[in-house]
Ligand binder design. Structure first.
Ligand code: BDR
Ligand code: CA
Length: 339
């Protein structure tokens, strides 16, 4: 079994990652916490609660932490994920409210209560994680593992020419997190799923059709580039319908940036790595996050060769297997939707 503490900024690909994790029998979702990023923290929490309820996991605690990045003003991205963060999907409003308690305290208490047992997964800006590390510097030793989605170590950003979104939103938090891990034994370093490998997890309409078929939807789930914008799914299974309505928005966004009618589902890959279901190779490196104001803020640089003479602070994913990820995602989301 894998016991996960998840911090996310739900977000279309975060929502798919949560649904994927909800469908993994061997995964215990200990708690899911909200960091502002794709949308503000309250909307992240609403989306997270709604997605968990949709997946039959209304029992998982959800809490809010920071409401803004450590040092820079919050930016959100309705153009990427839609005004509510979940594309064209209209999820039933959640029946629950978030926990009263603060997400950062929840992480620390959970890690202290179960030393060596929990894996941390962050698919959002690292604000909450940096605050948790400030309050409990032993977290790197308390966690069984840490998996992060963020950065672009080939310097091909998706937000600025060199910066990836999660690191762009809170570069100071990312710098603090890597500094906190520097010098840890290599097997304790965070596994980092950055753009050069997450953009290979490119979802296409045929994957949605395969998902609908796996869920046993009687009618074909047609997602075509020529469909008018905003066309809604008619799938009979609610999970397939909502996932399809989220993805249509994501497809249209990616098409705007000339990447084709596809969607990079970054956070699903990070979730599959954290769940231990996705194979990957990693390389240890000392990571620098540029925090100085200017064009390079949010840029991530990895020293793989020890040229800076600093100990490694991360294990950066260097190879992954997209076809395996898709068959796993289609199978598990299909089974969950049919349940
Ligand atoms: C990351 O940015 C967000 O928009 C996505 O949810 C993902 O976590 C990719 O750069
Ligand atoms: Ca995210």
């Amino acid at each position: 079994p894998v016991s996960l503490l998840v911090d996310c900024d739900t977000g279309i690909d975060d929502a798919l990652a949560l649904a994927y994790l909800a469908g993994q029998r061997h995964v215990e979702l200990v708690a899911v916490t909200a960091t502002p990023g794709n949308v503000d923290a309250d909307q992240v929490a609403r989306n997270t609660l709604a997605v968990l309820e949709l997946c039959g996991r209304g029992d998982v605690p959800v809490a809010i932490g920071a409401r803004r990045p450590l040092e820079v003003p919050l930016v959100t991205t309705p153009e990427t994920h839609g005004p509510q963060g979940i594309g064209y999907a209209e999820l039933p409003p959640p029946r629950r409210a978030p926990e009263e308690r603060d997400a950062v305290g929840l992480w620390i208490d959970a890690a202290r209560a179960r030393p060596g047992e929990l894996t941390a997964l962050v698919t959002a800006p690292l604000t909450n994680f940096a605050l948790a590390l400030r309050a409990e510097p032993r977290l790197p030793e308390l966690f069984a593992g840490v998996v992060l989605m963020g950065g672009a170590y080939n310097h091909q950003g998706n937000t600025t020419p060199t910066a990836e979104w999660n690191t762009h939103v809170d570069p100071h938090a990312a710098a603090e997190v890597f500094a906190a891990f520097a010098g840890q034994p290599v097997d304790r370093l965070p596994i980092v799923c950055a753009l050069e490998t997450t953009e290979r997890i490119e979802m296409r309409p045929e994957h949605v059709a395969a998902l609908a078929a796996a869920a046993g939807c009687a009618e074909p789930e047609l997602l075509r580039p020529e469909d008018p914008e905003g066309t809604r799914s008619r799938a009979s299974r609610p999970l397939v319908r909502h996932v399809s309505d989220m993805l249509r928005f994501y497809f249209e966004f990616h098409r705007l940036y000339d990447q084709g009618y596809v969607a990079h589902i970054h956070d699903v890959f990070a979730a599959a790595v954290a769940a231990g279901t996705a194979r990957c190779a990693t390389r240890a490196a000392s990571v620098h996050v540029e925090t100085a104001p200017g064009r390079l803020r949010g840029t991530t640089v990895a020293d793989f060769r020890g040229l800076w003479g600093e100990p490694p602070s991360a294990r950066i994913v260097s190879a992954n297997h997209p076809a395996e990820v898709f068959s796993d995602v289609v199978r598990s989301l299909g089974a969950l939707a049919a349940a």
